[in-house]
Design a protein around this ligand. Structure first.
Ligand code: C2E
Ligand code: CA
Ligand code: CA
Length: 711
């Protein structure tokens, strides 16, 4: 029911009296002030008229039949809109009992009979104005309360002199206090503040009073059920002219939802979804903090960088979800044992051991040890982790065995900042892998040196091709039957501007790792063929050109097409080219390999198995593939004259070659004895320092001209 009438709408006064003459007089008096007047003859009628017209003011006689004015007033107050109406009771003069009763039943004011008519109208106008002001106040209080409800905001005022505290309804709700409880005090509210923060709040208020400065703070409220609520409070102090604090005013906002949302975001942003461990982001922060603390207090920190060995294999064979389960199991198992481990407890200085397990991603974990007592303890913790990992883990009904490699860096010593310590731990971890996995390695400066060299070779190698720093050496091969030059093997060299001549053993593995070998190999093939044709055109006897093909190159689609194209371009006869493939390359993906070999064979090129004898013991593939030559590995040739076993192997290989119709070439022949032995066994061709070192192009050319007949 609207009590605030729209502008232009008339103010309504309800006149209630059983005496019609009185009603008439009242109506006349009030009409002059352009008030609309409604009438009722008794209490019951008055209630009905009130409900119907919702008057702004009721002027009601107390003595009436059916229902008297007191009862009607009390009932009106309970009607909708009755709270706000101005109700004036008309009592007998000096009838103090009636006046008191009028007050008790909620009358706004009273007038006595006989009524002073000229005054009445003014009185009514005053009361109407007061009523309007009162209603406006109520309205704005209501609005404020709605706004506070929406904003989860409460406010309070504290009169310091009177030590009285006013708190809005929202304040009570936020603090979990009942609004009915009479006048909650500062202390009551303080008891609801979380015990951990109570003292801080008390101090803050004291300081504010002393300094007369505003404050704002976030704290927690402990609710009776034990749950917590987060609030943000802002307050200011009002002081008098002398600067004495008079009152304080503040707002308290319930920010629990925001804090919860922030917490959720934090969880998503800083924890790994799979294992629930801190993720890389959080780990970096924690590491940074640990280093800052160590720097301040002169402490030690160890970083253990763990990478699971051959985790990819599990993913590939058992599926990704099994891989995920395994990572979860490992995270649980490591997390628990690390926390409860004696070794970890001993590794760190007294109090709680500073250990954090994080997952950096994939199968990489870090264990951060802060307040480390002795550096070697880090090694013990690493060993403990490896021991834990060595236990079988059941995944999808299967026992899975896994191991890990750990690299360790220490602060101070192995790096100044997070980046460097992490990088060096990575280097140490790779070293642990290189020396056979399932082990840990402390970082050392030499390791770094090697890693740096490797890295610089990697970046330089990319440029080497453009800068034409690669070149070929040629190592002659001699036919043992005729004693004539049978061919040459092209061996790549890298003339590095700073490092000088870099042997292939240093950069070929890196080129293979990075995939650059494909490009390098293509260049070698091109260059070797071009050179062979140049020599032939210069009138030299045509010799076979051996070119090494890396397994990665071999796996690429279209190797045969490339070889065909190079032969066409250079004009070299296919029969003059011999591609050297390693055993392991041939054994990968047998069906596809056979197809490639057939294509190559169809071009007419020769195919040889390089480093024969070092790879697969199964020789059955030799029969299946269209091969021409076996290159017996240098390792067997080396000891043929001293090691009976090696001699036996060589004999067997040569015999095998003969039975399969394959030519045999012995590599790494360094002595006359070796040559004699090989010749006796019927080896076809030899290559090695005894004949010649690999030669740069001009010397190789000279060799081709002069040293045609060797034996
Ligand atoms: P490989 O194919 O087995 O090449 C023979 C290696 O043995 C050459 O080393 C050669 O210099 C060395 N050698 C020859 N005779 C003797 C000897 O009597 N005694 C000793 N101790 N060594 C001898 P190099 O040139 O350092 O090449 C090493 C390896 O690098 C090669 O082994 C080959 O696997 C790879 N490689 C070289 N050039 C290329 C290339 O162009 N492409 C690819 N993919 N690999 C290449
Ligand atoms: Ca070779
Ligand atoms: Ca070889």
């Amino acid at each position: 029911m609207s009590k605030n009438r729209a502008p232009g709408e008339q103010t309504v006064v309800l006149v209630v009296d059983d005496d019609m003459a009185q009603r008439l007089l009242m109506r006349e008096t009030l009409h002059d002030f352009s008030l609309a007047v409604e009438e009722a003859a008794d209490g019951e009628e008055a209630l009905a008229a009130f409900a119907r017209t919702s008057p702004d003011l009721v002027l009601m006689d107390v003595k009436m039949p059916k229902m008297d004015g007191f009862t009607a007033c009390a009932m009106m107050r309970r009607l909708a809109g009755g709270q706000d109406a101005v109700i004036v009771l008309v009592t007998g003069l000096e009838d103090f009992a009636s006046i008191r009763r009028a007050f008790d039943v909620g009358a706004t004011d009273f007038v006595t009979k006989p009524v002073n008519w000229p005054l009445l109208s003014h009185r009514v106008r005053y009361l109407l104005r007061a009523g309007r002001a009162f209603r406006n106040l109520r309205q704005s209080e209501k609005r404020l309360s709605i706004a506070q409800n929406i904003a989860n905001l409460g406010n309070w005022d504290w009169d310091i002199e009177k030590n009285s505290l006013f708190c809005s309804a929202q304040m009570y709700r936020i603090f979990g206090l009942s609004f009915q409880e009479p006048a909650a005090t500062y202390k009551t509210f303080l008891t609801r503040v979380h015990p951990d923060e109570r003292e801080a709040i008390r101090e803050l208020v004291d300081t504010a009073l002393r300094t007369k400065k505003p404050y704002s703070i976030d704290y927690r409220i402990l609710l009776p059920g034990g749950s917590c609520r987060n609030v943000h409070e802002q307050a200011d102090v009002v002081h008098d002219e002398q600067g004495n604090p008079v009152s304080m005013h503040g707002t308290v906002q319930d920010i629990t939802e925001r804090i919860n949302a922030e917490e959720k975001i934090r969880l998503l942003a800083y924890y790994d979804g799979l294992t629930g461990l801190p993720n890389r982001q959080l780990f970096l922060q924690l590491f940074q903090q640990a280093l800052a603390a160590a720097r301040r207090e002169g402490g030690k920190v160890a970083l253990l960088y763990l990478d699971l060995d051959r985790f990819k294999r599990i993913n590939d064979t058992m599926g990704h979800s099994a891989g995920d389960t395994l990572l979860q199991e490992i995270a649980n198992c490591l997390g628990e044992s690390i926390r409860s481990s004696d070794i970890v407890a001993k590794a760190c200085l007294p109090c709680k051991p500073g250990v954090t397990l994080s997952r950096l991603g994939g199968d990489e974990f870090t264990i951060l040890l802060t307040r480390l007592a002795e550096e070697e303890h880090a090694g013990r913790v690493a060993q403990r982790i490896l021991d834990l990992l060595s236990q079988p883990i059941r995944i999808a009904g299967q026992e899975v065995y896994i191991s890990g490699s750990i690299g360790i860096t220490l602060y101070p010593g192995d790096g100044e900042d997070v980046d460097m310590l992490l990088r060096n731990a990575d280097v140490a971890m790779y070293h642990a892998k290189e020396i056979g996995r399932n082990t840990f390695q402390f970082f050392s400066a030499q390791m770094n040196q090697r890693a740096m060299e490797k890295l610089s070779i990697e970046t330089d190698l990319k440029k080497a091709m453009e800068r034409k720093e690669l070149l070929l050496y040629y190592q002659p091969q001699i036919d043992l039957q005729t004693g004539r030059l049978a061919g040459v093997e092209a061996l790549v060299r890298w003339l590095h501007p700073r490092l000088g001549m870099v042997p292939p053993s240093l950069f070929i593995p890196i080129a293979e790792e990075t995939g650059l070998i494909v490009e390098v190999g293509e260049w070698v093939l091109q260059e070797a063929c071009r050179q062979a044709v140049l020599w032939q055109r210069a009138g030299l006897v045509p010799v076979r050109m051996g070119v090494n093909i890396s397994s990665l190159q071999f796996k690429q689609q279209g190797l045969a097409a490339l070889v065909d194209q190079v032969l066409q371009q250079t004009g070299l006869a296919a029969g003059c080219l011999e591609l050297e493939l390693t055993e392991s390359a041939i054994m990968q993906n047998v069906s596809q390999v056979n197809q490639t070999l057939i294509e190559l064979k169809e071009l007419g090129v020769n195919l040889s198995v390089d480093d024969f004898g070092t790879g697969y013991s199964s020789m059955s593939y030799l029969k299946r593939f269209p091969l021409d030559t076996l290159k017996i590995d240098r390792g067997f040739v080396m000891d043929i004259t001293t090691d009976a076993n090696d001699a036996a192997i060589i004999k067997a290989i040569i015999a095998l070659g003969k039975s399969l119709g394959l030519k045999t070439i012995a590599e790494g022949v360094e002595t006359a004895e070796q040559l004699a032995f090989l010749q006796k066994q019927g080896c076809d061709v030899i290559q090695g320092f005894f004949i010649s070192m690999p030669l740069p192009v001009r010397e190789a050319e000279r060799y081709l001209i002069e040293g045609e007949k060797f034996c």
